[in-house]
Design a protein around this ligand. Structure first.
Ligand SMILES: C[S@@+](CC[C@H](N)C(=O)[O-])C[C@H]1O[C@@H](n2cnc3c(N)ncnc32)[C@H](O)[C@@H]1O
Length: 220
């Protein structure tokens, strides 16, 4: 990965379209991420059982491909996506236009720091390649996803940017340049545990450089 040799301003310029996609370049990034994150997403989603009638939220939904995958796995349920980028919302709505028309999917503009949902709503919340961008909202975002999950509901984060695996050499440097939170597997575990989740499981596929973290909101 030659990113380490890039000038800091160029690195920041490139990564800003992943942090909050905007304009035509943002839309190109979203279409590209829909393609590039697909295998990683499938790998992570395979760790969690999804029932046909589940109510699911994908936070930082980007171009909406994860929402489409979730809607296919929960054909009798309902899937919501939120993203704080208006362009992500637009691309995600286009990706899911048929399911939206059928009343099975909704996509809205919102930050993880203030989710526009009632407490105890979702069976599952997912976040793919997003939590390391939340910066100062990371703690508040964890509190919000915990709040909107129903007791017994699960949170799943899936990412390939983390401090470990084949990206370990770059993660710290890239984090310092961009503000991305390069958490290691143990820090992912603490993030979930400190937010109140139980049955926390972190899967680190070091050769591929993929990580997922899964936790359950206790039933009381
Ligand atoms: C790298 S993209 C990943 C998009 C998508 N999940 C995927 O896997 O292709 C990160 C997304 O998270 C969104 N995001 C970052 N911070 C956010 C926040 N605090 N609240 C809501 N969305 C956020 C960005 O706007 C962007 O669309």
């Amino acid at each position: 990965m030659p990113i380490i040799a890039l000038r800091p301003d160029k690195v920041r310029q490139r990564t800003s379209q992943c942090r909050k996609p905007s304009g035509w370049l943002g839309r190109v990034s979203l279409w590209s991420m829909n393609r590039r994150h697909s295998k990683l997403t499938d790998w992570g989603l395979a760790r969690v059982a999804i029932a046909a009638g589940d109510t699911i939220l994908d936070v930082g939904c980007g171009g909406g491909r994860t929402v489409a995958k979730l809607a296919a796995q929960a054909p009798a349920g309902r899937v919501y996506g939120i993203d704080y980028s208006p362009d992500s919302v637009m691309v995600s709505r286009r990706t899911n236009q048929d399911a939206i028309a059928a009343g099975r999917v909704s996509i809205d503009e919102a930050s993880v720091a203030a989710l526009p949902f009632a407490s105890d709503t979702f069976d599952l919340v997912t976040g793919v390649e997003t939590h390391f961008w939340w910066g100062e909202s990371l703690g508040g975002g964890m509190r919000e996803v915990f709040r909107v999950l129903r007791p017994g509901g699960r949170l799943l984060f899936i990412a390939e940017f983390y401090n470990g695996g084949r990206h370990a050499r770059y993660a710290e440097r890239l984090g310092a340049l961009t503000g991305m939170a390069a958490l290691d597997p143990e820090q992912h575990r603490s993030l979930f545990t400190n937010a109140g989740f139980t049955d926390v499981r972190v899967v680190d596929d070091a050769p591929r450089g993929w990580i997922c973290a899964l936790g359950t909101k206790p039933k009381e």
